[in-house]
Ligand binder design. Sequence first.
Ligand code: SF4
Ligand code: SF4
Length: 321
Amino acid sequence: MHATLPLLRETDFPPIRRNKLETLQVNLGYRCNQQCLHCHVNAGPKRKENMDEETVNQVIDYLKSSDVKTLDLTGGAPELNPHFRYLVTEARKLNIKVIDRCNLTILSEPGQDGLAEFLAENNVEVVASLPCYLEDNVDTQRGKGVFDTSLKGLAELNSLGYGKEHSDLTLNLVYNPQGPTLPPSQVELQASYKEILKEKFDVDFNQLFTITNMPIKRFGSMLISKGQFADYMQLLRDNYSASNLDGVMCLNTISVDYNGDLFDCDFNQMLELPLKGKNQRAMHISTLAQENINDKSIVIADHCYGCTAGQGSSCGGALGD
Ligand code: SF4
Ligand code: SF4
C-alpha cells in the first residue's frame, strides 16, 4: 500500500492563499549519508536524484531577478550535491540569507573537507537535526553512531563560532518526536536541550525548533505498517489550532525540487502535488519570474493538519514563537 494515498482524498482543511514570496526552499537531491526512520523524503545513500548544474543556474537566475530574501537548502543531504558550494557562494554574492539543513554527520563524511569552514566563511545559517540529547534515542531514529558523529559536528561548528554568544554565526537545532506523538513545548524543550547539551557535552546553539512528523513517505509507511496511520491523523486533526493558519510556511515559501519543479512546500513535493500556473501547467523555476503567484490558492490535503496541530510546525519550528 502506498503511504501517501490516505491523504489525497478531498480534505476539509481550510483553504489558504499565498502572501508575498520571501523564501525559496530548494531540495538539491534525495541522496543522504543517513537513512532516518522519520524521514519524509525517503532519502538515503542509494538515492540518485540530484539537481544538475543547469537547474542550479536557473535557481540563481531567479534569485537575481526576484527580491527573495532567503535561500533554504535541503535534501537529502544538500551538501552531497556537487554544486552546493557554487550555489551558496552565488546566493551570498546577492546578499541573500542562506540556510543549510545539515544532518551534522555530513561534516565528517569523506569528500566534505572544509565544509564547516566554508559555511562559516559564507555566514550560512546552519539548521541541524538532533532529535534528542540522549544517544540511544538518536541512534535508534537516525542510525548507529549518529549521536557521537553529530556531537563531533557540533563541536566543530562551535569552534568556528557557531551558536556562540556575540557571534553572528547561527546554529539552530531541530527536534522531532520519536513516534506518532506531537512535539512537546518548544520553549520548555529548548531550555532542557540548552542545559543538558552544555553540561554534558559543552555544546552551544541558538534556538531549538520542534517539528511535527509528517505522515508521508518513510514515516507514513511506518505508521501504516504498524496500523497507526488513522490514529496519528486523528491526533493531528483533534489538535487543530486555527491561529496557526496565519503562520504556515507555504504562505511565503516555495519549494523547488531537484528537477526545478515548484510546489507549495516540501511535503507537497513528496506527495507530488505540484504548484500549477497559467493554463493549469505545473510550474518550473525557469518561468517563475513570469508568473504572479501572490494571492494564489495553496494546494492542500489532509497532511496540512501536521502544520497546524498543537503549537504548529514549520521548517522554523513551532509557529508564533
Ligand atoms: S531525515 Fe535528513 S538526515 Fe535523515 S535520511 Fe532524511 S534527509 Fe537524511
Ligand atoms: S503541508 Fe504544506 S501546503 Fe499544507 S499547510 Fe503545511 S506548508 Fe502549507
